[in-house]
Ligand binder design. Structure first.
Ligand SMILES: C[S@@+](CC[C@H](N)C(=O)[O-])C[C@H]1O[C@@H](n2cnc3c(N)ncnc32)[C@H](O)[C@@H]1O
Length: 195
């Protein structure tokens, strides 16, 4: 009887332990989900919600740019920095990714570290506070309103030779600077040279 009681109590303890573990997991998931949602809304409020460039599209666009080794590649609003990471690993450029969202940048840094990428800087920053004078290529996947506001900054800071690549949306007001359009679906990509 004592033996049976011991088994009973041990089983009860295991079930209670599993129940607590499940509750903790649920709580962690809820907190994670809430924090993630808050930061997604934050990204949207800052000018552009987080929607990543599809991997295949990113590869195609990078090929079209024709990146050369050691050129400086910026992604303003880089999200998980998939485009910058690809540019660094496949074309050996110096990559800079800027995003206001600290969760996305933390995740991007984690991915860059586990892939052993060295020539990459990932910063939590507002893109308007970023100096662009060293950029050879600037990649953007941002909402049209934000793109339009960037024009004065581009004209002030970018090198004459810099290439601006806007995925998804036209830079309204910069039509005269467009050098190429890739009519991809669902998102075309526009290439510009600064005037
Ligand atoms: C459509 S996503 C593009 C992500 C990435 N460039 C890609 O193509 O995969 C836009 C990103 O811009 C970021 N963002 C929005 N406003 C910003 C701002 N003012 N400064 C920096 N990043 C911003 C958002 O957090 C979001 O990650």
């Amino acid at each position: 009887l004592i033996y049976l009681k011991r088994i009973y109590y041990t089983t009860e303890m295991i079930v209670a332990g599993l129940y607590i573990l499940l509750l903790l997991l649920e709580l962690a998931f809820l907190i994670g989900f809430t924090v993630y949602t808050i930061f997604l809304i934050y990204s949207g409020l800052k000018g552009s919600p987080y929607v990543p460039t599809k991997s295949k599209e990113a590869e195609f666009i990078l090929k079209e740019i024709g990146l050369e080794k050691n050129k400086v590649f910026y992604d303003l609003g880089c999200g998980d920095a998939r485009v910058v990471r690809k540019a660094v690993s496949q074309y050996h450029v110096k990559g800079v990714g800027i995003d206001v969202n600290p969760i996305l940048i933390t995740y991007a840094r984690f991915l860059a570290r586990i892939r052993g990428l060295k020539d990459i800087k990932l910063k939590v920053k507002n893109l308007f506070d970023t100096d662009l004078s060293q950029a050879d290529v600037v990649y953007l996947f941002l909402m049209p309103g934000l793109l339009k506001k960037l024009i004065p900054k581009f004209e002030r800071e970018l090198k004459k030779t810099a290439l601006v690549v806007s995925h998804g949306f036209l830079i309204e007001g910069w039509e005269k600077n467009m050098v190429k359009k890739i009519p991809h679906t669902p998102f075309p990509t526009y290439f510009y040279r600064r005037p």
